[in-house]
Design a protein around this ligand. Structure first.
Ligand code: NCD
Length: 360
């Protein structure tokens, strides 16, 4: 299914050269913000936030305002027609006629792709459940470029909830496309990186190791990317409590890290980084949040300037099959065309990437 608009659902739908251009523009905006104050005058951006957010939503809004554009939207579906039972398709369709660009965050995987199917303007994925978060990844790429000077030859440690952390999934996919990056995946056995992301790392020839101790590997890292345990994505409070507080980066642990290592975190922090770490020059997370605004300015400009049709569904339609993932948008918005990638009996849902067996 082809949409006449250009969307950002997954960064890997674009070549690395496109990401690099956005990061370069982000660097220029960061250095000369005054040059861009009229870049989007007369344009309207809508934010449809079905899930809580501080940074992503406000950095998008601040980005559009700093480009001279205007903003509309909701951040609490309870105060919109969603509370009356309106489906994602209708909300998207209507709002996309009011705005020139639409930013969506939603608790279900595949929701941004679903929204793009019916939108009459470009859609940007601002986080779809535990699946992907491409604009956080652009933020992370700009941070690495500015603070480490490179996007390759990095040993990146990712620590915490690697299973449910969408920022981790998008970042691994992106960094695997640059040469010589190696990944140290630090988690408990229950919160390991999903196998489909590990397959992507393998396919791109990236070295990775899975470990459970942060202290034993911190000294090897160029970058330590901490994440919170994603409480809202657990099926029970007991399961969450069993994982809570497993990894806490404090001054003592940080001492074992190299002096040129940087500590990143997409935020919000809960208790996985002690406040005492904030004053260390390696703590980069607040600066990272600021880079997020600049890179979103670059992204909005790029998406509004260059319109090219996007092929949204490339796979095979199997109307009689349902995705096995209960958190996939196709299981709650029944009208969506079910589409799967792959041939043979094992296929992947085109919305959430869940791998499943087709039964005959
Ligand atoms: C992240 C998110 O929403 O996925 N936050 C963000 O966008 N900066 C990380 C998180 O919620 O843990």
């Amino acid at each position: 299914m082809v949409s006449q608009y250009q969307h950002l659902v997954d960064l890997n739908d674009y070549p690395v050269s496109w990401w690099n251009k956005i990061v370069e523009l982000g660097e220029d905006i960061c250095a000369h913000p005054q040059r861009y104050t009229h870049a989007c005058v007369g344009k309207i951006m809508a934010t449809l936030f079905y899930e809580p957010s501080t940074r992503t939503q406000m950095s998008f809004q601040a980005a559009m305002i700093r480009l001279g554009g205007s903003i509309i939207g909701f951040d609490n579906p309870a105060t919109s027609s969603v509370s009356k039972g309106e489906n994602l398709k209708d909300t998207t369709k209507v709002v996309s006629n009011y705005a020139d660009i639409l930013i969506i965050r939603h608790p279900l995987a595949g929701s941004a792709k679903a929204a793009a199917l019916s939108a009459d303007c470009p859609v940007i994925n601002a986080g779809d459940g535990g699946h992907l978060h491409p604009t956080q990844t652009l933020t992370d790429l700009l941070t690495l470029k500015e603070e480490k000077g490179r996007l390759s030859d990095l040993n990146i440690g990712l620590c915490g909830d690697l299973m449910n952390g969408r920022t981790v999934h998008s970042l691994c996919k992106a960094l695997s496309c640059y040469p010589n990056n190696t990944f140290t995946l630090i988690s408990t056995p229950a919160l390991k990186l999903p196998s489909y992301i590990k397959d992507i790392l393998r396919a791109s020839g990236c070295k990775f190791r899975e470990v459970s101790s942060l202290e034993s590997v911190i000294g090897d890292l160029d970058v330590l990317y901490m994440t919170r345990i994603q409480r809202e994505r657990f099926s029970s409070e007991e399961e969450y409590l069993a994982e809570k507080n497993t990894y806490v980066l404090d001054k003592a642990k940080l001492k074992k890290g190299r002096s040129d290592m940087i500590v990143m975190h997409p935020l919000p922090r809960v208790d996985e980084i002690s406040v005492e770490v904030d004053d260390d020059k390696r703590a980069m997370y607040f600066r990272q949040a600021k880079y997020g605004m600049y890179v979103r300015m670059a992204l909005i400009m790029t998406m509004l300037e260059n319109q090219a049709p996007t092929k949204l569904l490339k796979g095979t339609k199997h109307p009689n099959y349902s995705c096995n993932n209960p958190k996939c948008i196709t299981n709650s918005e029944q009208y969506l065309p079910k589409s799967f990638i792959g041939s043979g009996d094992t296929v992947e849902c085109e919305y959430c990437d869940e791998r499943m067996l087709l039964e005959h």
